[in-house]
Design a protein around this ligand. Structure first.
Ligand code: IPD
Ligand code: CA
Ligand code: CA
Length: 266
């Protein structure tokens, strides 16, 4: 099999090309459709970008499988071999409304183990990337390892949905954490929020019901820097179905799990 460095080089080249296509689309009229509900959006660009990656990956690496959000990839029911988790635009609502605060997210795994993480902030031309065991970078700059911090000095990425009455969880459960933290933020792109934790701009990220393509790339980068990623119960993430996601700096992850999340039915 081809080495990870070479796979990484190809993936980086394609992500930059895809970024070009997305930037060019800012001057075009988008075809916007809804999926599972009125706020679950997809555009022709999400679909075209996913198809672009799939044709490149299949041509260069015919034995790799692709788990893509828009459904043009493979039907993935196990994690054997090399699997690409692909979100062509993470933060589609932001892409449509703001033309910023979205990213292309790619995680490349072998037998369920994260090997490469790539999250590309297209508008800022910032590529966050890591090959497992070889450090994490933002463009050419190496990102330092994550240091421990306390809840009262932490900025936590948490969407207001989860502290208001909602269909999924008892919203009161997360209020103490939101109160005790130094601050909360929400940017509307799981992939970007994960690399903001990696880059030390935030200290933790919490969300309910994310799909593997939302977090696979970001998790490889955060873990490379010593951060921890689990579901809200503290269990290993399930890369085959939707799951809750809790990512944090070392120490902080353990404290929040023990002191704020242990009572919850997530
Ligand atoms: C969404 C974003 C958002 C998260 C949603 C995701 P999409 O991805 O990551 O931040 O809260 O759960 O579905 O649909 O824009 O690719
Ligand atoms: Ca997504
Ligand atoms: Ca998406």
């Amino acid at each position: 099999m081809m080495g990870w460095e070479s796979i990484d080089t190809h993936a980086k080249q394609w992500i930059k090309e895809a970024g070009e296509k997305i930037r060019a689309s800012f001057h075009q009229t988008l075809n916007i459709q809804t999926k599972s509900n009125a706020n679950d959006l997809v555009t022709n660009i999400d679909q075209e970008v996913e198809q672009f990656f799939i044709s490149k990956i299949k041509e260069a690496f015919p034995d790799h499988r692709i788990f893509g959000e828009e459904g043009f990839g493979d039907k993935i029911e196990d994690l054997a071999g090399v699997v690409w988790f692909l979100d062509p635009i993470d933060g589609t609502m932001n892409f449509i409304h703001q033309q910023r605060n979205f990213a292309i997210s790619i995680g490349i795994f072998e037998d369920g183990i994260g090997k490469i993480g790539l999250v590309y902030d297209v508008v800022h031309d910032e590529l966050y990337h890591a090959i497992s065991g070889k450090g994490a970078f933002m463009n050419d700059e190496q990102i330092p390892s994550l240091k421990e911090t306390s809840v009262n000095e932490a900025i936590i990425a948490l969407n207001a949905t989860w502290v208001m009455e909602n269909k999924r969880i008892d919203h009161k459960l997360l209020i103490p954490l939101a109160k005790d933290a130094r601050g909360t933020r929400s940017y509307g792109s799981a992939a970007l929020e994960l690399v903001y934790v990696a880059a030390g701009r935030m200290d933790a990220y919490i969300s309910l019901r994310l799909s593997p393509w939302d977090y696979a790339g970001g998790v490889v980068i955060v873990e490379e820097l010593g951060g921890f990623a689990t579901n809200l119960k503290g269990e290993k993430l399930d890369y085959l179905t939707k799951d809750s996601v809790f990512v944090a700096k070392p120490g902080l992850h353990e404290t929040i799990l023990k002191e704020y999340l242990k009572e919850g039915k997530w």
